[in-house]
Design a protein around this ligand. Structure first.
Ligand SMILES: *[C@@H]1O[C@H](CO)[C@@H](O)[C@H](O)[C@H]1NC(C)=O
Ligand SMILES: *[C@@H]1O[C@H](CO)[C@@H](O)[C@H](O)[C@H]1NC(C)=O
Ligand SMILES: *[C@@H]1O[C@H](CO)[C@@H](O)[C@H](O)[C@H]1NC(C)=O
Ligand SMILES: *[C@@H]1O[C@H](CO)[C@@H](O)[C@H](O)[C@H]1NC(C)=O
Ligand SMILES: *[C@@H]1O[C@H](CO)[C@@H](O)[C@H](O)[C@H]1NC(C)=O
Ligand SMILES: *[C@@H]1O[C@H](CO)[C@@H](O)[C@H](O)[C@H]1NC(C)=O
Ligand SMILES: *[C@@H]1O[C@H](CO)[C@@H](O)[C@H](O)[C@H]1NC(C)=O
Ligand SMILES: *[C@@H]1O[C@H](CO)[C@@H](O)[C@H](O)[C@H]1NC(C)=O
Ligand SMILES: *[C@@H]1O[C@H](CO)[C@@H](O)[C@H](O)[C@H]1NC(C)=O
Length: 820
């Protein structure tokens, strides 16, 4: 009896081991093989290798795919050019350690390699958890000694840990190549390659023609994609005598992040976590400016909404102006005057910011010299056109020089790099500052339209100065010296000039009443317009303190902050002079019955992102940590392009002290935008601004004021209403009715989710601004919001248990796109 049991047991055991072996092995020894239907699985069961048929194809291919991910993501194909006709194929490791695929009549239709110079001793084939199938000597796990690895022969996908680029010793060039069609893995016409010429860069090709330029490495990112797609990953370009390659790694192994070049030649990032079944797809092709050399030589591509424009670098003019006039840009720009090498050492340089650096295929570089020396190198050689830092980390280091035409530059709205273009002294209009001898080290990026106002003001000031008393001159010189010492480019205006420009602060010129005083529109004699904030006299602040604060505010410079162009101090009068924003403030648009139609979803999304960048700058990127404390739609001004600019920043600090987080007895700010902890206990921190930002986002999306909103059926405020719709998975209903025709659902949902995250009840639950910016760009996974801080006037705590959270903890928390 016992014997029988034992026999049965052994028999079962053998059957089980047979079954296991027949369906999935973890490695192949010489002579062993897997048939169609069987697979080889990696140790942690992340990947498996086996035969498959893509899409509607009937051909059988040997491929590697993610084991538990659906739809199937095939990351590598062996016999991409030679499919098997039926399921009679076999993958085998032969006695020489070569992986082969045999067809039904034992003909080899694919092999990993023929000959190897390496010593072969007990070879085994194994699928690693990185998705790499390798052949190695059994006791040698050193990567450098692998006999063969699939990572050396990429197909259309770049996986973490995979190298793209050159082994300069063996001449091996690893490139990514697209599939021919969605269901045909054969090599297509698109590829992604690393070009080691000049300063190494990654290019996307169609056949042999460059289609797009991912670009060179600046120590932090590839210049074509300056934003890190995820905080949970690191990447780098390695460059030494033996190798030049790019690779990336994910730090969190539960996050999957792969780059793929699809059959239409578009680079996409696929992203998912081990908890989600859906896959997010991000296209690396954002707009027309991605096209290589779209604007021709010496010209910068930029996107204005959905349309693209090209602008010559200062000192250059379109080569064929009549073509340029009809948006044919490909012939680019040429120097305004022919270079004169005899006088070239008097040339200057003009700094441009936030650019994609031009093509570096024929650039000279040096990793050790600094920017100042770099400039000298460039100045020395008449054919040097531009210079930039090689590595932008830690304030910048290294030197990169260009000697030919500058090709394929674009303007980024975020990220990007500084570059200094050579400007011939003779070619420059007189009002463009030229930095000839390096005395004036600080050079503000020249944006379109030089600050003529500032210059006019200077002239006026000089004229007035002549008429005024000596004391005033002495004072002004003192303040100017202070500004100069701080390296600040700020005009000091005289009271009579401001008074005349505003028609004596006429009510008809009043633009609004800010937190710290009224704002007037002013117009100088030459027609230049500006906005002047006449600070209320109650602050009781000393002159010295005020001067210090002006210096501070002037140092805050960002595209999404209103630019301070000057100030006026006279007796008790303190005034700040800002650039004039013709489109007034955001609330004049989104809450206005007729004008709300003018701000479509695209513009609103741009505004939401712009405000986030501005606040991020105040909180983090400026050298000072500034809490705005009064963010609201009426403090968001819009320029002629409808780009948002935050106003009234820095004043809270000036007038209320400068702690990072503190308690205050006097609650300043605006009801409807205040977080609960501020409104009830007077505690403020950066997270208070985050809350106000969240309210603004929800207001922009819905076109309704938080404070005035009331939902007839539930008596909830806007935040409560948004939360309710969110929990009922009807979030899109929050969208402003006038936008219903055209919007991008994934962006709307993302904004609502970010908005809700920002208005969480407790400050700790609210994200900082930097994740907010990443989340908005779809570059960071979004956590699930909890119930928001429901503060409404007079009703501080709504009964939160009424709304229970329908999302269980394992609910998918990101907006998902189906994998295509
Ligand atoms: C595959 O095709 C060959 C000849 O075309 C045939 O002999 C063989 O039986 C087929 N095998 C399978 C598994 O269909
Ligand atoms: C196997 O491949 C050989 C050579 O390519 C071919 O002649 C033969 O017909 C194939 N057999 C099957 C069953 O496909
Ligand atoms: C192919 O090889 C296997 C093993 O070596 C053998 O059993 C089989 O008969 C061969 N098939 C053909 C058609 O030669
Ligand atoms: C070696 O590889 C080449 C192509 O790479 C092929 O033409 C040749 O037949 C192979 N030789 C052997 C013995 O497999
Ligand atoms: C996801 O991965 C993390 C870390 O590897 C692990 O702790 C967690 O259990 C995984 N979750 C699932 C659902 O597999
Ligand atoms: C390639 O990716 C782009 C962007 O994600 C997409 O629009 C396009 O349809 C894809 N092409 C194919 C053939 O899948
Ligand atoms: C291009 O257009 C501008 C105004 O739009 C005009 O002044 C200029 O003459 C045009 N140039 C050519 C070459 O057509
Ligand atoms: C870089 O510049 C430094 C200083 O001029 C020089 O010593 C070094 O040799 C240069 N390196 C290269 C690679 O040219
Ligand atoms: C300037 O640089 C170019 C490109 O590196 C070089 O060919 C040329 O000889 C240099 N000229 C001088 C005067 O150094």
């Amino acid at each position: 009896m016992a014997d029988n049991f034992r026999m049965l047991f052994i028999w079962l055991f053998l059957l089980l081991s047979y079954l296991r072996n027949s369906t999935s092995l973890d490695s192949l020894l010489p002579g062993q093989s897997i048939r169609d239907g069987e697979t080889l699985v990696s140790e942690e069961e992340t990947f498996e290798v086996g035969f498959f048929s893509p899409g509607t194809s009937t051909g059988r291919y040997l491929g590697i795919w993610y084991r538990n991910v659906s739809p199937l993501i095939v990351v590598w194909v062996a016999n991409r050019e030679t499919p098997l006709q039926n399921k009679s194929g076999v993958l085998k490791l032969d006695e020489r350690g070569v992986l082969v695929i045999l067809n039904g009549t034992n003909s080899t239709i694919w092999w990993s390699y023929n000959t190897s110079s390496k010593v072969i001793k007990n070879p085994i084939a194994q699928l690693l958890d990185s998705g790499n199938i390798v052949v190695r000597n059994e006791h040698d796990i050193n990567e450098d000694n692998f006999l063969w690895q699939s990572f050396d022969y990429p197909c259309d996908k770049l996986l973490p840990g995979m190298k793209i680029g050159w082994n300069l010793v063996t001449g091996l060039d690893r490139t990514i190549s697209s599939w021919k069609k969605e269901d045909d893995p054969a090599k297509g016409e698109y590829s992604l390659k690393l070009d080691p010429k000049g300063f190494p860069q990654l290019f996307g090709y169609k056949g042999n023609a460059i289609r797009f330029r991912v670009g060179s490495w600046n120590g932090q990112a590839l210049v074509g994609y300056p934003i890190r797609p995820l905080t949970e990953y690191v990447h780098e370009l390695v460059f030494n005598e033996k190798e030049v390659y790019y690779e990336y790694k994910t730090l969190d192994r539960s996050i999957f992040f792969i780059v793929t070049l699809n059959s239409s030649g578009i680079g996409n990032v696929l992203l998912w976590t081990n908890q989600t079944r859906g896959i997010q797809v991000f296209s690396l092709w954002s707009d027309l400016c991605e096209n290589y050399a779209m604007c021709g030589a010496n010209s910068i591509c930029s996107m204005d909404g959905n349309s693209q424009t090209c602008d010559c670098i200062k000192g250059y003019v379109p080569k064929f102006p009549e073509q340029w006039n009809v948006s044919k840009w490909y012939n680019g720009c040429v120097p305004r005057t022919t270079p004169d090498c005899r006088n070239s050492n008097t040339d200057g340089f003009l700094r441009y910011t936030d650019l994609k650096l031009p093509d570096t295929s024929s650039s000279w570089f040096n990793t050790t010299i600094n920017l100042e020396e770099c400039k000298k190198y460039c100045l020395k050689n008449c054919s040097c056109k531009a210079y930039a830092n090689l590595d932008i980390r830690n304030g910048g280091s290294g030197c990169l020089l260009w000697f030919d035409d500058l090709i394929d530059m674009r303007k980024f709205s975020i990220g990007g790099q500084d570059i200094y273009f050579r400007i011939q002294a003779s070619s420059v209009l007189d009002h463009v500052p030229v930095n000839g001898h390096g005395k004036n080290k600080r050079m503000i990026g020249i944006t379109v339209g030089a600050n003529i106002l500032g210059l006019t003001a200077c002239v006026c000031i000089i004229m007035i100065l002549k008429k005024l008393g000596v004391a005033r001159i002495i004072y002004r010189n003192h303040f100017k010296r202070k500004l100069r010492k701080e390296g600040i480019d700020l005009s000091t205006f005289d009271f009579p000039i401001i008074a005349r420009a505003t028609e004596n602060f006429a009510t008809s010129n009043k633009l609004g009443e800010g937190g710290f005083g009224p704002v007037y529109k002013g117009r100088l004699k030459d027609g230049q317009e500006f906005a002047v904030k006449r600070l209320s006299k109650k602050s009781g602040q000393g002159l010295e303190e005020f001067e210090n604060e002006v210096v501070l505010i002037a140092k805050l410079q960002h595209r999404n902050l209103v630019k301070l162009i000057g100030c006026c101090i006279e007796g008790n009068e303190r005034m700040l002079i800002y650039e004039y924003m013709p489109n007034k403030s955001l609330d004049c648009f989104i809450f206005d019955e007729t004008r709300r139609h003018l701000v479509d979803w695209h513009i609103r999304f741009n505004i939401i992102c712009g405000i986030a960048r501005g606040v991020l700058y105040l909180h983090q990127d400026s050298r000072l940590r500034i809490i705005h404390r009064d963010l609201k739609t009426s403090n968001i001004l819009l320029d002629a392009n409808m780009d948002p600019k935050i106003s009234d920043f820095g004043l809270a600090r000036t007038f209320c002290g400068d702690q990072v987080g503190a308690n205050t007895n006097k609650v300043a700010g605006t009801y409807g935008y205040m977080p609960p902890e501020y409104a009830t206990r007077g505690h403020f921190s950066m997270k208070s601004d985050v809350f106000s930002y969240g309210v603004i986002v929800l207001e922009i999306v819905s076109g309704k004021r938080n404070r005035e909103f009331s939902d007839p059926t539930h008596s909830l405020n806007l935040l409560g209403h948004a939360w309710r719709l969110w929990t009922e998975e009807r979030a899109l209903e929050l969208l402003d009715g006038v936008l219903r025709e055209r919007f991008i659902a994934s962006e709307v949902i993302r904004c609502i989710q970010v908005g809700l995250l920002c208005v969480q009840q407790t400050p700790e639950d609210r994200p900082d601004m930097s994740p907010v910016v990443l989340m908005l760009n779809g570059e960071k996974l979004l956590p699930n919001p909890k119930v928001p801080g429901f503060y409404t006037e007079g009703d501080v705590h709504l009964n939160q248990s009424k709304l229970k959270n329908p999302f269980s903890s394992n609910q998918i928390s990101i907006t998902m796109l189906e994998a295509r």
